[in-house]
Ligand binder design. Structure first.
Ligand code: ADP
Length: 161
C-alpha cells in the first residue's frame, strides 16, 4: 500500500493545490494532505478551518485524507507510513526552496523520497497569498478556489472589516 503526504499551510486551499493533489493520487493508494498546525507566520484561517475547507473540496475522492500535524514534516510522514512527500513547483523560487528542503529531509529520513509536481500552466501564477489579497480587497476569487472557499473568504473578511 503506497502512501504519500502532501504537506502545506493551505491558507486557504486553492485550485492549484487541488490540481497537484489529484494528480498525485495517480501515484499512490492513499494521499494524506497534511495541514501544518504550528505556523511560523500568522495565518488567516485556523487549522480546523483549513482542514474543513480541504475536506469539503476532496469529499468525492476516497483515496484522499486530510490530517493536521504539528511535528517535523518527515516525522509526520514516517508516523503515517508515507513513502513519498509531494510538493508543487511553480517557479524557480519554489525549486530553490524545495531542493534545500529535499536535501535536509534526505538526511533526516533517507527512506522517504520527495516527488515534485510541475504546476499546471493555468495555476502557475496562483498562490494562497494572492487569493487572500484579492479577497481582502473585495475582489472575486471564484476562478481560483472552490465556491465554498470563496464563501469562507468573504465571511472572514466581512467579520474582520
Ligand atoms: P507552504 O507549505 O510553503 O506554506 P502552501 O501551503 O501554499 O505552501 O502550498 C503547499 C504546496 O503546494 C507547496 O509545495 C506549493 O509549492 C504548492 N502549491 C502552491 N500553489 C500551487 C499552485 N498554484 N499549483 C501547484 N502547486 C502549488
Amino acid at each position: 500500500m503506497k502512501i504519500a503526504l502532501y504537506p502545506g499551510s493551505f491558507d486557504p486551499v486553492t485550485n492549484g493545490h487541488l490540481d497537484t493533489a489529484l494528480r498525485a493520487t495517480r501515484l499512490v493508494d492513499t494521499l494524506v494532505i497534511g495541514v501544518f498546525d504550528r505556523p511560523l507566520r500568522n495565518l488567516l484561517f485556523s487549522t480546523a478551518e483549513r482542514v474543513a475547507l480541504i475536506e469539503a473540496a476532496v469529499a468525492d475522492y476516497p483515496s484522499i485524507r486530510v490530517m493536521p500535524y504539528n511535528s517535523l514534516t518527515v516525522e509526520f510522514a514516517a508516523s503515517i507510513g508515507a513513502d513519498l512527500i509531494v510538493r508543487g513547483l511553480r517557479d524557480s523560487m519554489d525549486f530553490e526552496r524545495e531542493l534545500q528542503t529535499a536535501q535536509v529531509n534526505q538526511t533526516l529520513a533517507p527512506d522517504i523520497d520527495m516527488v515534485l509536481f510541475m504546476a499546471s500552466h493555468k495555476y502557475t501564477f496562483l498562490s494562497a497569498s494572492t487569493v487572500r489579497e484579492i479577497a481582502s480587497l473585495g475582489g472575486s476569487v471564484d476562478a481560483f478556489v472552490p465556491a465554498h472557499v470563496a464563501d469562507a473568504l468573504q465571511r472572514k473578511f466581512a467579520s474582520t472589516a
